[in-house]
Ligand binder design. Structure first.
Ligand code: SF4
Ligand code: SF4
Length: 332
């Protein structure tokens, strides 16, 4: 029988031991239904998720709710929205209690005296021109000033087909601002012309991302196996989609047979009562979903399937390490 220790040499086994202790139990929280942008392709607004629940405004109710989430076993809170920085008291209620990650468009700076080591992931959708088309604003110009040199911040760079051949310029700007970057691919939920992926474009961007990781290993937080998974939509020859997705809200998951999934995962709406179907858009077609975190988690929950060879298990370890870095469970 293949075991982890029989597949790995000493160095890889030491890396494996570090992450195998983590036992991460995440859930996702819509901190608010409001945002100071309205990006074309934002899964939250395009699927009408901002209208399904009335925002809870009483901070004490948030605090009680978070305590109950911790009793449920959650040890990583992922804050999204809307724009969480519009509600710093709610962000603080999470941050004071448990490991917390805050997604943001970076236009409002979270004060570091109040949130010294909160991990902030800033969304970026390409160069200034693409950002103006899709988001109405060149957000990088503002966010890179707000967070320059910040040790607890990275860019979540959503790559669009128009970025092929352009990523190096952006990555160098991020490096020069003293920040890190992680990639995902645009799912184009609002069908903006010119932003759909074609097969050959996915091949091109995969090799470009590999190249960027080789050239800028201190700036890019990624792995080549992750690039393969998000660009092909396949893991060990299994296609990604509804039947395989690990990031479905557990109480709403009626799939049969049940795939390997995130234990106790829930995505909560901002009324603290309503649950959304999954980590991303309620209305997205799963066969075209390119959500990076869902693909990453898909690999992570399928360790056993990666124990068919040393290379497969090493790929699994690299993706787990990448996730652990992005959520501050291990250093960059
Ligand atoms: S900044 Fe984020 S939440 Fe706000 S509209 Fe854009 S994608 Fe949506
Ligand atoms: S849209 Fe994506 S994240 Fe949501 S259930 Fe479908 S595959 Fe999973």
């Amino acid at each position: 029988m293949k075991t982890v220790s029989s597949l790995l040499d000493e160095d890889w086994y030491a890396r494996y031991k570090k992450i195998s202790k983590l036992n991460i139990r995440s859930s996702i929280y819509d901190v608010t239904n409001r945002c100071n942008l309205r990006c074309r392709g934002c899964f939250f607004f395009s699927s009408g998720e901002h209208k399904v629940a009335k925002e809870e405004n009483d901070i004490r109710k948030w605090e009680t709710f978070i305590d109950k989430e911790m009793e449920r076993g959650v040890n990583l809170a992922i804050l999204i929205g809307g724009e969480p920085t519009l509600c710093p008291d709610r962000v603080e209620a999470f941050y004071k209690r448990l490991p917390t990650f805050c997604a943001s468009n970076g236009l409002i700076k979270l004060p570091r005296d109040r949130f010294p080591d909160l991990m902030v992931g800033i969304s970026l959708w390409g160069n200034g021109e693409d950002e103006k088309i899709l988001r109405g604003k060149d957000t990088f110009a503002v966010s890179s000033k707000n967070y320059e040199g910040d040790k607890h911040t990275y860019y979540l760079y959503t790559i669009t087909p128009r970025q092929i051949g352009q990523t190096g310029k952006i990555i160098r700007k991020i490096r020069d601002a003293g920040l890190k970057v992680h990639f995902q691919l645009l799912s184009n939920d609002e069908g903006v012309d010119g932003f759909f992926w074609k097969e050959e474009e996915l091949r091109d961007i995969r090799s470009e991302m590999d190249d960027m990781l080789d050239k800028y290993p201190d700036t890019v937080i990624s792995s080549k196996y992750y690039h393969e998974i998000i660009c092909t939509g396949k893991m060990l020859d299994r296609p990604f989609g509804w039947q395989e997705c690990p990031s479905v809200t557990e109480p709403l998951d009626s799939r049969n047979p049940k795939p390997k999934r995130l234990i106790h995962f829930i995505r909560w709406a901002s009324d603290l009562k309503t649950m959304h179907r999954c980590c991303t858009s309620e209305t997205r077609d799963c066969s075209t979903c390119k959500d990076g975190a869902a693909h990453m988690s898909w690999v992570m929950v399928n360790k056993r399937a990666h124990m068919r060879s040393a290379k497969d298990l090493q790929n699994w370890i690299e993706i787990y390490e990448m996730f652990a870095k992005l959520y501050q469970f291990i250093p960059w």
